[in-house]
Design a protein around this ligand. Structure first.
Ligand SMILES: Nc1ncnc2c1ncn2[C@@H]1O[C@H](COP(=O)(O)OP(=O)(O)OP(=O)(O)O)[C@@H](O)[C@H]1O
Length: 255
């Protein structure tokens, strides 16, 4: 059985269809990138996987069951937009991310000391070790975003949902966060769904790239139809599909 399945999903807000006929299976350990026009329902699809939304029709299953409502050890679902805790220091935020996996939701004694040491290793990897004792409000936006990503990854979730996680980062930081994510993925074998507006990033990191789009378009009423998965690219062959897309785009460009 596949790790994640979406079967004939429809989702509407009121009378407005957002998603229609979404079918997907993903195996455990796959990295699935999601791209598509702004407002076409990519984040909504992630929220369905998180059980923050319920489909109007159809069924989503993660590890054979409906998605867990709370992040935690059982499902290991973590979403990047769970913002960092403002009342905790940077180090405590990372420890809090990892403690989701612990039996009581927090660490005690020697376990707590070990968790702090691991948090410091994580902070060094994401370049935030020099601000470990500061509070998030004292960090720049990009640093806070890196902390949120570090916190999400510290939980070593079985499934990680990322919504444009690298959007606000400068190009150098973005590349080092790519490395960090790829290393952690290799270590943990976690399944990742990542929404991105950067096609190149989607193909670089993903095993697959899903394109969400509206297959039917009514010019009189653009909100009449919902979006679905219109392309499911295999990205495992070193970005060749991306080259093809670029070539196609080039061919289509007027001369
Ligand atoms: N709670 C809600 N109630 C009503 N409409 C909503 C709600 N959440 C999202 N929408 C609408 O649903 C559509 C899809 O939103 P969603 O955020 O999933 O798009 P997206 O593809 O992730 O967009 P972007 O790339 O801009 O982040 C949008 O038109 C949005 O306005």
């Amino acid at each position: 059985m596949s790790f994640v399945t979406a079967e004939n999903i429809f989702l509407s807000y009121g009378s407005r269809p957002i998603l229609e006929r979404v079918n997907l299976t993903a195996e455990e350990g796959e990295f699935v990138s999601i791209v598509g026009a702004s407002g076409c329902g990519k984040s909504t699809f992630l929220r369905l996987l998180l059980a923050q939304e319920t489909p109007t029709k159809g069924e989503i299953r993660v590890a054979g069951a409906p998605p867990a409502r709370e992040p935690g050890l059982a499902r290991g679902v973590v979403f990047q937009r769970y913002s960092v805790f403002p009342h905790m220091t940077v180090r405590e935020n990372i420890v809090a991310g990892e403690s989701l996996r612990s039996r009581w939701g927090r660490f005690f004694g020697t376990e707590a000391r070990a968790a702090r040491a691991r948090a410091d290793e994580t902070l060094a990897r994401i370049g935030l070790d020099h601000v470990a004792d500061q509070f998030p409000a004292t960090l720049s936006g990009g640093m806070q975003q890196r902390l949120a990503i570090g916190q999400a990854l510290a939980a070593k979730p079985r499934i990680l949902l990322l919504d444009e996680p690298f959007g606000a980062l400068d190009p150098g930081t973005r590349l080092s966060m790519h490395d960090f994510l790829q290393e952690l993925r290799a270590e943990t074998g976690m399944t990742v769904f990542m929404v991105t507006h950067d096609l190149e990033e989607g193909f670089k990191l993903g095993d697959r790239v899903l394109v969400f789009d509206k297959p039917r378009w009514d010019p009189q009423d653009p909100n009449l139809n919902g979006a679905t998965i219109t392309y499911d690219f295999d990205a495992r062959d070193g970005g060749i599909p991306f080259q093809r897309i670029k070539e196609d785009t080039h061919v289509l460009r007027p001369t």
